[in-house]
Design a protein around this ligand. Structure first.
Ligand SMILES: Cc1cc2nc3c(=O)[nH]c(=O)nc-3n(C[C@H](O)[C@H](O)[C@H](O)COP(=O)(O)OP(=O)(O)OC[C@H]3O[C@@H](n4cnc5c(N)ncnc54)[C@H](O)[C@@H]3O)c2cc1C
Length: 348
């Protein structure tokens, strides 16, 4: 999955950075880090944490504005989109586009604009003069502006059997695992866009897809709802919650409980796909910024957090659209606002 990152993504070359630093048009702005004793060759104008569509868009625009830019891509280059077989709703792609095609192109575009990449995760940040000191892997970087675009991870059910059978029939990736379950009955837990989209993908491989809904109706976009309800291979059970995933070494089914009470029941399945929402990857900055009650980072309309020089973009942000186009727009906006901040130094 991380192949393209390894192929086309060069870890930041320190020597190169040091050389380009002195001639870089923004060098004056970076000098402050030298004055603060920061490592000159690891000093950036803008560091973007996150290699998903928000982070890649922020990296592209920060570089286009001539800012010395580093994208810390984390462990999943391309983010959530990388494993999506058919991204829908992205302007310019009326037929959809596979994530594994789109993500490398976005990265290459940001690189061509001048952004540097490192596949490390942002692990810790602390204030450093009028900017930030950023710890990632074995490296320490400095930047006056930091865009946190660390995205989200799919939420787990948290029921018995789930962890033990992860990768043995329990999955969060229909595109990856649907071919392995050709002709088998599978269960999809969830009622939103992701659950419907992945059910549609699974229905072309599995013998039957049963969607398990906690509520009494499908959520999400009408575009998905209509297709899911019209698909003869997708069945629906409403008003149930999964209480256990069954199997010994491989998934054999699920145990369910009606939400309104009453006796539980079991359903046979060889695969269980869980799409019950996401949890933001905001832990690394949670102590520094304000978050909503679900852990998403709060920003103002300019994507500024409560901390000077710290922006948030994409699905990690409170109020984000949850769509790829929205995350791209966030990344662009955050980079433009970061550039403005670096130019005029005004935060409020
Ligand atoms: C199953 C599914 C199907 C979807 N289908 C569609 C669709 O068809 N159309 C659509 O518009 N949207 C779709 N979405 C939503 C879309 O995936 C998200 O809106 C989008 O990926 C959000 O982008 P992001 O960059 O904010 O976050 P992410 O995609 O989550 O990317 C976050 C990035 O940050 C990195 N990271 C995490 N922690 C750190 C750290 N500490 N330091 C550095 N990097 C870090 C990760 O490795 C990753 O690279 C789908 C989502 C799911 C789950």
């Amino acid at each position: 999955m991380a192949q393209f990152w390894n192929q086309s993504c060069r870890p930041v070359n320190k020597k190169q950075n040091a050389l380009s630093f002195s001639s870089h048009p923004c060098a004056a702005g970076i000098q402050s880090f030298a004055a603060h004793g920061g490592p000159l060759n690891n000093a950036f104008d803008v560091i973007v944490a996150g290699g998903g569509i928000a982070g890649l868009s922020a990296g592209l625009y920060a570089a286009r504005f001539g800012r010395r830019t580093l994208v810390l891509g984390g462990n999943v280059p391309g983010g959530l989109l990388l494993s999506i077989e058919h991204i829908e709703g992205l302007p310019g792609f009326p037929e959809g586009v596979p994530g594994y095609d789109l993500c490398p192109i976005m990265q290459e575009q940001a690189e061509a604009a001048g952004a540097g990449f490192a596949s490390a995760e942002l692990e810790r940040i602390e204030t450093h003069g009028d900017g930030w000191c950023i710890h990632a892997g074995s490296e320490t970087y400095t930047a006056r502006a930091l865009v946190v675009a660390t995205g989200a991870r799919l939420r787990a059910l948290g029921v018995p059997g789930e962890a033990a059978l992860d990768g043995k029939g329990v999955s969060h990736c229909a595109s990856c695992d649907a071919p392995l379950l050709r002709g088998c009955a599978v269960v999809v837990v969830g009622s939103g866009d992701s659950a419907m989209q992945e059910s549609l993908h699974l229905s072309s491989h599995a013998s039957k897809v049963t969607m398990l809904h906690r509520g009494s109706a499908l959520g999400g976009q009408a575009s998905y709802r209509e297709r899911v309800l019209a698909d003869p291979r997708i069945e629906h059970r409403y008003g149930v919650v999964v209480t256990e995933i069954l199997g010994d070494g491989a998934v054999t089914g699920v145990r369910m409980q009606p939400t309104g009470g009453g006796p539980g029941s079991e359903l046979e399945a060889s695969g269980v796909f869980v799409y019950i929402g996401v949890e933001p990857n905001a832990g690394v900055v949670r102590e520094l910024v304000e978050c909503d009650d679900r852990g998403h980072i709060r920003t103002d309309a300019y994507l500024r957090t409560a901390r000077r020089g710290l922006f948030a973009a994409g699905i990690v942000r409170a109020g984000a659209s949850g769509q790829a186009a929205g995350a791209a727009g966030d990344g662009v906006n955050a980079a433009i606002m970061a550039d403005r901040y670096l130019r005029n130094g005004i935060w409020n």
